[in-house]
Design a protein around this ligand. Structure first.
Ligand SMILES: CC(C)(COP(=O)(O)OP(=O)(O)OC[C@H]1O[C@@H](n2cnc3c(N)ncnc32)[C@H](O)[C@@H]1OP(=O)(O)O)[C@@H](O)C(=O)NCCC(=O)NCCS
Length: 166
């Protein structure tokens, strides 16, 4: 289920960040580590700011707000997805939607379901086509996008640019 970031998900969110750190060396929390987030004050501030869209990177070049949701299953944090309403001119591989699923829960259809849940929000904002970009070697993400109606428009420097139309 698509949910607004919530402090109620603290333990599963931190457990997920530990999984990211183990797999790729860093958490998936905008520069914060699992250890940083173990401080209740820091976690609460991070979640509040993420939910209200006030983290610095959540302002787009045109002043719109990047919206972030968490994907929750059985009361646990599973992944995150963000929607950027406008593409920054000149930024290579600019895209509207980014997502990640915690490593222990991959391959169960969560990312596909998460993207399917956010696409109507994008269309409601007038984004059409929705642009998604992933590396050519990111087979899982390419499957997720393809399953949601993505058409590969071009490959630039090893990055696949997909379009999803309403
Ligand atoms: C990409 C990502 C979000 C996919 O999440 P997920 O919940 O596992 O995705 P889904 O289960 O909905 O679908 C993934 C599909 O790719 C397949 N897959 C996963 N890894 C694969 C691999 N290395 N080779 C081939 N297929 C692979 C899965 O089996 C599944 O296909 P299936 O349902 O036909 O079996 C996840 O791998 C992730 O968080 N990666 C790191 C962040 C990232 O790359 N984000 C996308 C940036 S654009």
């Amino acid at each position: 289920m698509l949910s607004v970031p919530s402090t109620l998900l603290r333990s599963s969110f931190i457990a997920a960040m530990c999984e990211f750190e183990e797999l790729v060396g860093t958490a998936d929390a905008n520069g914060l580590s699992a250890a940083d987030l173990s401080w209740p004050d820091r976690f609460e501030t991070y979640v509040r700011r993420l939910a209200e869209g006030s983290l610095p990177w959540q302002r787009t070049h045109a002043g719109a707000r990047v919206r972030c949701w968490w994907w929750v299953n059985d009361g646990e944090f599973i992944g995150r997805i963000s929607l950027r309403p406008d593409l920054t001119p000149g930024v290579p591989h600019a895209n509207h939607i980014g997502y990640a699923v915690r490593p222990s829960h991959r391959g169960r259809g969560h990312a596909s379901a998460m993207l399917a849940a956010v696409l109507p929000e994008a269309f409601r904002l007038g984004i059409d086509p929705v642009i998604l970009v992933c590396t050519e070697t990111n087979t899982a993400s390419r499957k997720v996008i393809g399953r949601n109606g993505g058409h590969l428009s071009v490959i630039v420097d090893g990055h696949c640019h997909y379009r999803i139309q309403r």
